[in-house]
Design a protein around this ligand. Structure first.
Ligand SMILES: Nc1ncnc2c1ncn2[C@@H]1O[C@H](COP(=O)(O)OP(=O)(O)OP(=O)(O)O)[C@@H](O)[C@H]1O
Ligand SMILES: [Mg+2]
Length: 542
């Protein structure tokens, strides 16, 4: 941060003590924060930074939750336009920007939306990846591993994975083709969660054509004002981070960021995120810096940002903080203490800065936080007013509007080399329907014949019914059965049961088996040599 004459390598934020106060571009390669109570000037400071970064050749992406950062496509105080803000007059602008190294100007801007209001901002399920998707669905580790298998199965079998519907199909295929290690119950839990996700408003963000990074060059604004109540507010920026994270090459230290992202109303980013999703975002944010991506969080409350991220921030633009509670005061004291010593009372300044004036501090080349400076932020070169939708659509690149306008119908997820003999559709196997057997075409003549046959059969049975011989044979058979049963019982009682108990007794202690074998051997020896033993005994007697 410096009062620097070399404005080409610097972003001029505003005026401080009669000179331009700027941030060297190389300091902006690390993440930053713009914080302050409502109406203090955060979005305007964001506008000033975004404009100048874009003018310096950095690709800029603004996530605009409220829709009030739409002015990039129109120059400031476009006179005669009814949409100009009352405060935005030429005289005021010129007075505020007497030192500004820029003139009012419009920027070529593309406006995106989670809906089809502007250029639809879509992602393929495959590009979101199984890890982010698992976190989004709050899956447990077992379910997460199942989802990872589904993603790799789809890849291996060249199955398109653009929409959640196709993911459901793939999960079905895992079950129907009995893939190794797959538990159908885990699959159904994942499927239930995907169906819930489809109903949460995120469904529209998936599909083809998915946004391509090369179409995000220059200045882009994602207008989420019509998606504030759904998960798109959290997930659209998370998907973008993931895409950049997966596709941008490592650049190491550079003299300016390649890509700057501004998350206005940044608390939305973490608002609906579960713990594991938050952790993943923190990891991505930590690592994405080395890919030349710097992120600016714009928020009312610094504590909306996870501590691990706060610790990584370099540039801090802090507007006044209104605090009513003791807790709020404590937070403000902590914030004031995070700045190095200054020639003014930081805590007092944080409470009393007028709107449009902020404390600016950043990390210098040695990695130390610079002393805060009071900066009267310039008015942006573009309008501060909300630009109507039709003007925003007109500002967009017509080719991009056309390219992304129509969502392609997603085909059923079938392997390209259709190999599976099993059903591949998501429809659960229909419960067996018991159709009545087709009734024979009963012709009167035939019925008569059938009846005749039955009657004949009955007659035969009557003729050959059981006689005395049959009764004798039957009695004999029953007796035989009884004798066999009795013999079986005797054998069981006299041989099998004792043998079983003997086995049980012997196997309890292995040594008993040895004794038993010795006993058998002795008996055998005695029986074989009984004649000799008997004669010996005879001789002993006489
Ligand atoms: N740098 C500036 N130059 C000119 N006017 C400014 C500047 N900063 C703030 N203002 C005035 O203050 C108003 C509120 O500013 P801004 O919209 O940036 O506030 P905010 O902090 O983003 O508020 P919120 O939290 O409600 O979004 C602007 O409409 C403008 O009139
Ligand atoms: Mg704002």
């Amino acid at each position: 941060m410096a009062n620097d004459d070399d404005t080409t390598s610097m972003i001029s934020l505003g005026e401080s003590k009669g000179s331009v106060c700027g941030i060297p571009l190389r300091y902006l390669t690390r993440h930053g924060i713009i914080a302050g109570s409502t109406g203090t000037g955060k979005s305007r400071a964001m506008q000033v930074l975004a404009e100048q970064l874009a003018a310096s050749g950095v690709h800029v992406f603004v996530s605009d939750v409220k829709g009030d950062a739409s002015g990039f496509c129109q120059r400031a105080f476009t006179s005669g336009k009814p949409d100009d803000a009352p405060s935005e007059t030429e005289t005021k602008w010129k007075a505020r920007n007497s030192l500004a190294p820029f003139e009012p100007q419009a920027f070529g801007t593309n406006y995106w939306s989670a809906s089809d209001r502007f250029i639809p901002f879509r992602f393929s399920v495959a590009s979101v990846g199984s890890v982010l998707f698992s976190r989004l669905l709050s899956l447990n580790p077992t379910q997460e591993s199942h989802l990872a298998i589904a993603f790799s199965y789809a890849k291996k079998n060249s199955i398109p994975l653009d929409t959640p519907e196709q993911l459901l199909d793939v999960l079905d295929q895992l079950v129907s083709t009995n893939q190794r290690g797959i538990s159908p119950s885990s699959i159904s839990v994942i499927q239930r969660k995907i169906i819930a996700l489809q109903e949460s408003g995120l469904e529209r963000m998936f599909g083809k054509p998915a946004v391509r990074l090369e179409d995000l060059g220059g200045l882009n604004v994602l207008n989420l004002s019509d998606a504030r109540s759904d998960m798109a507010v959290t997930m659209a920026p998370a998907f973008l981070l993931q895409k950049l994270f997966a596709n941008m090459p490592e650049v190491g230290d550079s003299d300016k960021p390649q890509f700057a992202i501004f998350f206005d109303e940044a608390h939305y980013l973490f608002k609906d995120a579960n713990k594991s999703l938050k952790d993943l975002m923190v990891t991505m944010l930590k690592q994405i810096r080395s890919k030349g991506v710097s992120v600016f969080f714009v928020t009312q409350d610094v504590t909306d940002i996870p501590d691990e991220i706060l610790g990584q921030l370099s540039t801090k633009v802090i507007f006044s903080q209104k605090t009513m509670t003791e807790k709020g005061n404590a937070r403000l004291r902590a914030l004031a203490k995070s700045f190095p010593k200054s020639d003014f009372d930081v805590m007092e300044a944080l409470k009393s800065l007028p709107p449009g004036t902020a404390l600016l501090s950043t990390l210098d080349d040695t990695g130390n936080q610079t002393s805060p400076v009071k900066v009267k932020v310039f008015a942006p070169a573009t309008t501060m007013s909300v630009v109507p939708d039709d003007a925003l659509r007109k500002a967009c690149d017509a080719a991009l509007l056309k390219k992304y306008a129509k969502k392609e119908a997603a085909p059923k997820a079938k392997p390209k080399a259709a190999a599976s003999p099993k059903p591949e559709t998501r429809e659960r196997p229909a419960p067996p329907v018991f159709k009545p057997a087709p009734s024979p075409k009963v012709q009167p003549v035939r019925v008569k014949e059938v009846v005749k046959e039955v009657v004949i059969e009955k007659k035969v049975v009557k003729k050959t019914g059981p006689g005395i011989l049959d009764a004798l044979l039957g009695g004999l058979l029953k007796l035989l059965q009884f004798l066999l049963k009795a013999a079986g019982m005797v054998i069981t009682a006299l041989i099998i049961k004792p043998l079983k108990s003997l086995c049980k007794y012997l196997t309890k202690k292995p040594i008993r088996i040895v004794y038993f074998l010795l006993l058998l051997l002795l008996i055998y020896a005695l029986s074989v040599n009984w004649a000799i033993i008997a004669s010996a005994l005879e001789r002993l007697k006489f």
